[in-house]
Design a binder for this molecule. Structure first.
Ligand code: 5GP
Ligand code: ZN
Length: 114
């Protein structure tokens, strides 16, 4: 059995509040939200980080990014705004070694984040 928590969520082996899913991607609520809406969108197939997503079909990568945009719109934030973040590697603040993007919305988000 895989030890990767996000692979386990993708396989429905670990509980998560799933909001969207297709054959390639799954979106779910972050367990420790830092904004009123804090979703994670991951490819189901394990890849450790954005940096290591080499050889990916650009169409697949594009659909992953656009999924975040469409989720933000379906949550009602297309007008108010939101943030999409891809923490990558140690200095990028990545703590889970399965590629994911964060969709943050529902409050004013400071920039730069620190
Ligand atoms: P990172 O720091 O790697 O960019 O973000 C990882 C995110 O995954 C964190 O915001 C953390 O709260 C979230 N997270 C870690 N473990 C779990 C889990 O088991 N379930 C869910 N839903 N989120 C998790
Ligand atoms: Zn994984």
């Amino acid at each position: 059995m895989t030890e990767c928590v996000f692979c386990r969520i993708a396989q429905h082996d670990l509980n998560a509040k799933i909001v969207d899913e297709d054959g390639d991607f799954i979106a779910f609520h972050d367990a420790h939200p830092v904004a009123p809406v804090h979703l994670l969108v991951i490819p189901k197939r394990h890849v450790a980080s954005f940096a290591e997503w080499t050889g990916v079909d650009p169409d697949v990568a594009g659909r992953w990014l656009l999924r975040a945009r469409d989720l933000a719109a379906s949550c009602g934030f297309a007008g108010a705004g939101y943030r999409v973040v891809i923490n990558t590697g140690a200095e990028g603040g990545q703590t889970v070694a399965h590629l994911h993007l964060h969709l943050l919305a529902g409050r004013a988000l400071l920039w730069p984040p620190g």
